[in-house]
Design a protein around this ligand. Structure first.
Ligand SMILES: Nc1ncnc2c1ncn2[C@@H]1O[C@H](COP(=O)(O)OP(=O)(O)OP(=O)(O)O)[C@@H](O)[C@H]1O
Ligand SMILES: [Mg+2]
Length: 429
């Protein structure tokens, strides 16, 4: 019941969907989560010689198949105290499993147990097993194995993942029980998440569209490295010669691209839109939809429009929990990046590899600026007190300082070098 309720509340699904595929079955219509046809218009796109099911057949031996009793034991009979989360699919428990060969230390895992109400859940389970059985990247959650039993007491579908001790980005951004997520960690998380998406879109022989990018699906490991989770809604990108996949519209309110909602035409650029939404969540510390705020502030994207990245009032939207422990310049750059990701026209949105590049540039400039600031702090010689306000002649110590800066400038390039030059001009002219 929770699942249907949840879909009503948070997720949406427009068209009804067809029967569930079997795990080992090769799909006829490349259909993972919707009963949708790949009826497609226009031209050009990546070729997909082998689809996910074929790749899965090759790699499936990497996944462990668990018995239900093993997982019951691992979670102390799905003890309430071990429950760590609940989503549209079902409940998530922390558990401990023995190694497959019975030797060595047990491994801590997260076990997701499907609620028993649905075809939709079963289809998502199949998709998750097939995608995560194939995909491999440091920024994607690792599926260890699964359990599927169709017994007298109904069907049981479970998934066993590597445990992520720092829960999700959603928890750290919006739950006051967690300490404030520092600015640099936010940037590190968003870069890793972007790399995960870029891998899905551009790093495989088949393109994968994630379709459910949101802060609750960005899990965090012990070092706050992000890992994308939940591939239940993922699907293959368009076949060669096509620009999009026509699908049933599924996703989460507040994150899905408007063009996808309107037309059902799915492209990798739908994920780029969702990424833009999460960029604004990271900047503001606000959820994409918040019903308990004044009307004009309920929809994050509408609210932030009133505070453009290049305006003076931009700083007003930054997460107050950061308490000025962030760089406003960097924040503006992130907002500008978010704005292009949120372009109305999908074609104008950048590719995820471009987003990754931009995020790296933003980080690099800041690191250079930081090291420049540090170098400035290292210049310890005190400035003589100026006796006249209108003294236009550079003092001896200023000249020495400039010579020192110039020297430093020889060893740095890019923005920090430019910054040094600007400083020199400002003083000398
Ligand atoms: N591998 C994992 N390690 C640790 N915690 C996890 C793991 N997977 C999920 N969780 C926890 O369980 C919570 C629920 O996850 P789940 O994916 O079921 O739902 P959701 O992402 O919150 O919502 P939705 O169903 O809409 O995707 C997560 O927010 C996270 O806190
Ligand atoms: Mg999730």
């Amino acid at each position: 019941m929770k699942c249907f309720h949840y879909f009503k509340e948070k997720k949406f699904r427009i068209r009804e969907e067809r029967s569930a595929p079997e795990l080992k079955e090769t799909r006829k219509s490349d259909d993972y989560s919707g009963g949708d046809d790949r009826v497609i218009k226009s031209s050009c796109s990546a070729t997909s010689p082998r689809g996910i099911p074929e790749l899965f057949e090759e790699k499936a031996h990497n996944l462990r198949v668990f018995s239900f009793s093993e997982l019951r034991q691992a979670t102390n009979d799905f003890n309430r105290l071990l429950k760590i989360g609940e989503g549209g699919f079902g409940s998530v428990y922390k558990g401990s499993i023995k190694p497959a060969d019975g030797k060595g230390e047990p491994t801590v895992v997260a076990i997701k147990k499907l609620n028993r109400d649905g075809l939709q859940g079963h289809k998502q389970w199949v998709a998750e097993v097939q995608f995560l059985g194939v995909l491999e990247h440091p920024n994607l959650v690792k599926l260890i194995g699964y359990c599927a039993v169709d017994g007298e007491r109904g069907i049981q579908r479970l998934l066993v993942y590597e445990f992520m001790p720092n829960r999700s980005l959603e928890d750290h951004l919006f739950n006051r029980a967690f300490p404030t997520l520092p600015w640099k960690t936010r940037l590190q998380i968003i870069l890793g998440a972007a790399e995960g998406l870029a891998y899905l879109h551009e790093g495989l022989e088949v393109q994968v569209i994630y379709r459910d990018f949101k802060s609750s699906n960005v899990l965090l490991d012990e070092n706050f490295k992000p890992r994308l989770s939940d591939f239940g809604l993922a699907r293959e990108g368009p076949l060669a010669g096509h620009t999009h996949v026509s699908t049933a519209v599924v996703g989460t309110y507040g994150y899905a691209a408007p063009d996808y909602i309107e037309t059902g035409h799915l492209t990798a650029k739908s994920d780029v839109w969702s990424f833009g939404v999460v960029l604004y969540e990271i900047l503001t510390g606000r959820r994409s939809l918040e019903k308990n705020r004044p009307k004009t502030e309920q929809k994050l994207l509408d609210w932030v429009k009133q505070y453009p990245a290049d305006s003076k009032k931009f700083g007003l939207i930054i997460d107050p929990r950061l308490e000025n422990e962030y760089s406003i310049n960097e924040a503006r750059k992130i907002a500008r990046l978010a704005d292009v990701c949120l372009s109305k026209s999908a074609k104008e949105r950048p590719k995820m590899s471009q987003v990754v590049e931009r995020l790296k540039q933003i980080r690099q400039v800041t690191e250079e600026e930081d090291s420049c600031d540090k170098n400035l702090e290292d210049i310890s010689e005190p400035e003589p007190v100026e006796t006249t306000e209108k003294n236009t002649e550079p003092s001896e110590s200023w000249k020495r300082r400039m010579a020192h800066l110039e020297k430093l400038g020889e060893h740095v390039d890019g923005a920090s070098r430019r910054r040094l030059i600007i400083m020199q001009r400002a003083k000398v002219l």
